[in-house]
Ligand binder design. Structure first.
Ligand SMILES: *Cc1c(COP(=O)(O)O)cnc(C)c1O
Length: 399
């Protein structure tokens, strides 16, 4: 765990998210200070020399570190239970840095198939171009993970619940397969949020987030996080971040810090709204199926209970009648807006087959269970009655 003051050592998530990681300037400000500075000045040439040598504590340059960014990193590390964290300019910068810095030409990576599109690009297209081979497996099938391991396998990478079909992968089981092979497990924990699933405690070595989603939660800025123990953070990752510059802006770090304070309140409401919306949609004759991890009919309901502390803020609904019906539903929504973003205070819906997953072939989409009738909904914090009315009206409008 990151160095926490004694009074926070056993604090709950909600307390850590308000107080964790905060340092105060001599002014004693209540809110976290925004250190919007690219550089730092030194009292003497000797001090500058000592800082560059790493013999004196202190900041050098905001590409390497910044006090506001550090507060954000330390607050997240306190929540996740890792020894530290590195913040990045976007979720993809975090995924890219976590993967690329830990492999070299001749290494091998295994990853689950149901990944966020850009993550899949890194594994399938980018890494092989630099001589790193990759194998894609059905993440739910542990035998496929085992069979994919080679002597040169360095990393296993997965996302759970997956986008958009919300299927689960057993993190503990895949962590064991990784460690038996001497490889690291990297988990993209965006959909579960850091509150509802704790991959580090389940055995993952590196946890990555797009802070753009629930952590900001108010649609304002991009950000990302890499959480791990010191050995990994101070390994190749440290130099990779220092010298390639995916650093988070202090301004965005400050926005995201304030986002963390209200994360539990927002996620609690979002989960309740998602559960209500899932039940309402599942009752409609116009709906083929609803995938929501909180429902008893979810195909991974057992694993949800074992691995997650809540069912999440997202659902996927499959309409009878394919794309035409899905579009009619989306176009009739008034409060829920059409957007590919997620985790926001505003409820957002998207048609994966024609937006986030349109790059895939129809066969690839079928393999991932993404039909033309599928709509993904990210529930916000609006009144549940208004959301239900919006969904009912849209269901009614379907031809
Ligand atoms: C959004 C997202 C990312 C990428 O994050 P950005 O902040 O958009 O770069 C990665 N993984 C998952 C699961 C996501 O939802």
């Amino acid at each position: 765990m990151t160095d926490l003051p004694e009074h926070l050592a056993n604090a709950g998530d909600e307390t850590l998210l308000v107080h964790g990681g905060q340092t105060r300037s001599p002014h004693g400000e209540t809110a976290e200070a925004l250190y919007l500075t690219s550089g730092f000045v030194y009292e003497s040439a000797e001090s500058a020399e000592a800082r560059f040598k790493g013999e004196e504590d202190g900041y050098v340059y905001s590409r390497y570190g910044n006090p506001t960014v550090s507060m954000f990193e330390n607050r997240m590390a306190a929540l996740e239970g890792t020894e530290g964290a590195r913040a990045t300019a976007s979720g993809m910068a975090a995924v890219n840095a976590a993967l690329i810095s830990n492999v070299k030409a001749g290494d091998h990576v295994v990853s689950s198939r149901a990944l966020f599109g850009s993550c899949r690009f890194i594994v399938e297209n980018l890494l092989p171009g630099f001589g790193v081979e990759s194998t894609i497996v059905d993440g739910a099938d542990l035998d496929q993970w085992r069979a994919a391991i080679r002597p040169n396998t360095k990393l296993l990478f997965l996302e759970t619940p997956s986008n958009p079909n919300l299927r689960l992968i057993d993190i503990e089981a895949v962590a064991k397969i990784a460690h038996d092979a001497g490889a690291l497990l990297v988990v993209d924990n965006v959909f579960a949020t850091p509150l509802l699933q704790k991959p580090y405690k389940l055995g993952a070595d590196i946890v990555v987030y797009s802070a753009t989603k629930h952590i900001d939660g108010q649609g304002r800025c991009l950000g990302g996080l890499i959480l791990a123990n010191k050995e990994i953070l101070d390994g190749p990752l440290k130099d990779f971040i220092r010298h390639t510059g995916p650093s988070l802006s202090p301004f965005n770090a400050w926005v995201l810090l304030k986002g963390l304070e209200t994360l539990p309140l927002r996620v609690e409401r979002q989960c309740a709204n998602a559960a209500a919306a899932a039940d309402l949609l599942a009752d409609s004759a116009k709906v083929d199926s609803v995938l929501y991890p909180g429902r008893a009919d979810h195909p991974d309901a057992e694993l949800v209970k074992k691995q997650m502390l809540g069912a999440g803020t997202m659902l996927a609904v499959d309409f009878k009648g394919g794309k035409k019906t899905a579009f009619e539903f989306l176009n009739a929504l008034k409060i829920i807006r059409i957007s590919n973003n997620l985790g926001d205070s505003k409820s957002l819906a998207t048609h994966p087959a024609t937006t986030t997953h349109q790059r895939l072939t129809p066969e690839d989409r079928a393999e991932l269970g993404i039909g033309d009738g599928m709509v993904r909904i990210s529930l916000g914090i609006e009144s549940v009655d208004d959301l239900k009315r919006d969904i009912e009206t849209a269901l009614h409008a379907i031809g």
